[in-house]
Design a protein around this ligand. Structure first.
Ligand code: GLN
Length: 186
């Protein structure tokens, strides 16, 4: 099993650190050729406008869409979650539209308003960071909520697509990645 980590922009190194900690083979994905080799893909946090622009320009976006529609498990954190969503509130030109949800960009304010939190999920309590996180403001009917903060959904899943508004990879919590690895095997 080989996990791809999209490395066009963002915190791809932190995802690698988690996968290395879990002793799972992984590779950075920058081209369509890289994408062909992987059994699952992580889209990191960063700046969704930049990631989206590069996905469009390189043609990688179209390739991810076609592989995801055939079942490739894809996991996005923060900006990565925004890029996967069908609808985005706030400036953004392009998204993969693989996840039937609406993401509102930057509702918590700027970088200075970042915070760490422990949140309850269907697979235990996890430590995460909210860094200019999106708010998941609407969900399609096939979308399951796996984790909440107060009453807001923050970790969601629609079939083979997993998205988290917050970062477990920065707090170095491996539970969400373990859950994702379970999605690949099943
Ligand atoms: N606010 C950023 C965006 O809209 C996401 C921030 C992050 O990934 N931590 O792209």
């Amino acid at each position: 099993m080989l996990i791809g980590i999209l490395s066009l922009q963002g915190d791809f190194e932190e995802h690698k650190e988690i996968l290395d900690k879990l002793k799972v083979k992984n590779v950075f994905v920058n081209t369509r050729k890289d994408l062909n080799k992987v059994d699952a893909l992580i889209v990191p946090g960063g700046e969704s406008t930049t990631i989206a622009k590069l996905l469009k320009e390189t043609g990688l976006g179209a390739k991810i869409i076609s592989r995801a529609k055939k079942g490739l498990p894809v996991f996005g954190t923060c900006a990565g979650a925004i890029v996967l969503a069908k609808k985005i509130i706030g400036k953004n030109g392009y998204s993969l539209k693989l996840l039937n949800a609406t993401m509102e960009r930057n509702p918590y304010g700027s970088q200075q308003n970042s915070f760490d939190k422990k949140i309850k999920t269907s697979f235990g309590t996890i430590s995460v960071s909210f860094i200019r996180a999106p708010k998941i403001s609407a969900l399609g009917k096939n979308v399951k909520v796996l984790g909440k903060m107060k009453n807001l959904p923050v970790i969601i899943r629609e079939k083979n697509i997993l998205a988290s508004a917050c970062h477990p990879e920065i707090a170095l919590d491996t539970k969400l990645h373990k859950y994702f690895l379970g999605m690949i095997k099943s």
